[in-house]
Design a protein around this ligand. Structure first.
Ligand code: FAD
Length: 449
């Protein structure tokens, strides 16, 4: 950026994991070259008390941004060995009947996933925000809309729900699944961009380790990730916060409802009894875990359709605003982090300026949209595989029911298929994507020269 030009004014709308990572990445990669303002609707930075898993690609970003050593202190990282995991068939029923099948399980290693407590993860991101005048966080600032400035066509006017207005040169919507930035960007376009229900809800809770240990000191979720599969239901349980808490997420699905509007609050409190009722008939190992859940919340899992673009001339979407997906590959936040890193890397390049900005945003879109939309699809399919709606052969036609000769055979094939569907998380590098983005910038600057 030409030092004689006024600083580019970057407005980040939304201070969730995506917005914070972007701000930290801009600080670490660009220093004070930009004027960065974060506008957050809440009165403070908040994250829910729940777990989050991040894959090696995301960890590459954490290392590049110098966050890894702080994050390592709050993780129960299994290192390169991989996180031990156990896949179980837990509903004990087989297709077409209530025949008891007995427990079936398959032990594997999930290479490289690092589990965190969300609030702790976010606190570390926030601690890496700079305290200098080039970066300001504004709370209680809910964006209402934006439009091209009538005075300067390369600027954007933002209007907040309190009536206040500001001007920026680049608007980045990190405002989650209900994104106002996305809604405004898509208003003139015919393509659908509104959220819809995935057909699933998830009961979430954190269980103190000592509570579970008293009941069952050998419970598998004390030491490893447990993936308990059943027809149209599955439970994910894994230790977080240096194994002091067990994070549980319990899905209940009505696949035929996918794409409809969820009738009710997207997040609400639920009773333990409601959770137990949902899993009536499941194997005792999982029921004893659910019995330890005291504070339970119910989340409707909503998604957005694949979008034809994540960018406008001087507007970009990242994270759930761009690709809110089901959580079945544990990747929504990870993809938000990757978006933020690739976008910040492009903005940090000295060839990015007011003139090249629209082309730079197109490069971000070309690199990040196909990748993140592939993860959306894999995530949906993983959910169906967990819940016996899809066979391990990944054939959409081969639905519901056992695929092997026994429950044990089926669950082993299912867990192998799930790991294959996750191979991208371990075998590919976000740094390669960043490099491809910068190479595309070479071509743009040659064209404009
Ligand atoms: C059950 C479940 C389990 C999950 N597990 C994982 C996992 O293990 N790993 C993983 O990577 N992902 C996981 N995810 C997905 C992950 O939670 C999301 O993808 C991630 O939080 C998205 O981050 P974001 O910053 O894009 O959006 P958000 O976290 O939604 O943040 C948006 C921010 O914008 C603010 N905001 C909204 N509107 C406005 C406005 N108009 N003006 C100003 N501010 C605004 C909000 O207050 C909020 O702070 C899971 C999700 C669920 C539901």
């Amino acid at each position: 950026m030409d030092s004689t030009q006024p600083k580019l004014r970057v407005a980040i709308v939304g201070g969730g994991i995506g917005g914070l990572t972007l701000a930290v990445a801009l600080h670490k990669l660009c220093g004070s070259r930009f004027q960065v303002d974060i506008y957050e609707a809440a009165h403070t930075l908040t994250e829910i008390g729940a777990g989050i898993g991040v894959w090696p690609r995301v960890w590459e970003v954490m290392e590049a941004l110098d966050l890894a050593s702080d994050l390592s202190k709050i993780s129960n990282d299994a290192g390169k060995e991989g996180q031990p995991a156990e896949f179980r068939k837990s509903d004990y029923t087989v297709k077409g009947g209530s025949t008891s099948e007995g427990p079936a399980s398959s032990s594997v290693k999930l290479a490289g996933i690092r589990p965190f407590h969300r609030a702790q993860f976010q606190a570390i991101l926030a601690a890496h925000l700079p305290s200098n005048p080039s970066y300001t966080t504004h709370f209680r600032k809910r964006l209402a809309s934006y439009e091209a400035s009538s005075i300067d066509q390369t600027a954007i006017d933002l209007t907040f729900t309190d009536g206040s207005q500001v001007v920026c040169d680049l608007l980045i919507g990190c405002d989650g699944i209900k994104s106002v930035v996305r809604a405004t960007l898509y208003r003139p376009l015919a393509h659908p961009a509104d959220p819809a229900w995935s057909g699933s809800v998830a009961y979430r809770s954190l269980i103190p380790r000592d509570v579970l240990e008293k009941i069952d000191p050998e419970h598998p979720s004390l030491t490893k990730a447990v993936v308990a599969c059943g027809h149209n239901k599955h439970i994910i349980a894994f230790p977080i916060a240096q194994a002091t808490l067990i994070n549980i997420v319990c899905f209940v699905s009505q696949p035929e409802q996918e794409g409809t509007k969820y009738d009710g609050a997207w997040v609400r409190e639920a009773s333990k009894q409601e959770l137990l009722d949902a899993y009536a008939g499941w194997e005792p190992t999982m029921i004893e875990l659910l019995n330890c859940a005291e504070k339970v919340t119910l989340w409707a899992i909503n998604t957005i359709p694949p979008l034809p673009t994540y960018v406008g001339e001087r507007v970009a979407l990242i994270g759930d605003a761009a690709h809110a997906m089901t959580p079945h590959q544990g990747s929504g936040a990870g993809q938000a982090i990757e978006d933020g890193f690739v976008l910040a890397s492009l903005l940090a390049d000295p060839r990015t300026n007011r003139q090249t900005l629209p082309r730079v945003l197109q490069i971000y879109d070309a690199i990040r949209r196909p990748f993140s939309q592939d993860i959306m699809q894999r995530s949906r399919n993983s959910g169906r595989l967990y819940e016996f709606g899809l066979s391990p052969t990944e054939s959409e036609g081969d639905v519901v029911g056992m695929t092997g000769h026994s429950a044990a055979d089926d669950i082993a094939r299912r867990s192998a298929a799930l790991q294959r569907m996750l191979s991208w998380a371990v075998e590919t590098s976000v740094m390669d994507d960043r490099d491809r983005a910068l190479q595309a910038l070479d071509r743009v600057t040659e064209e404009l020269a």
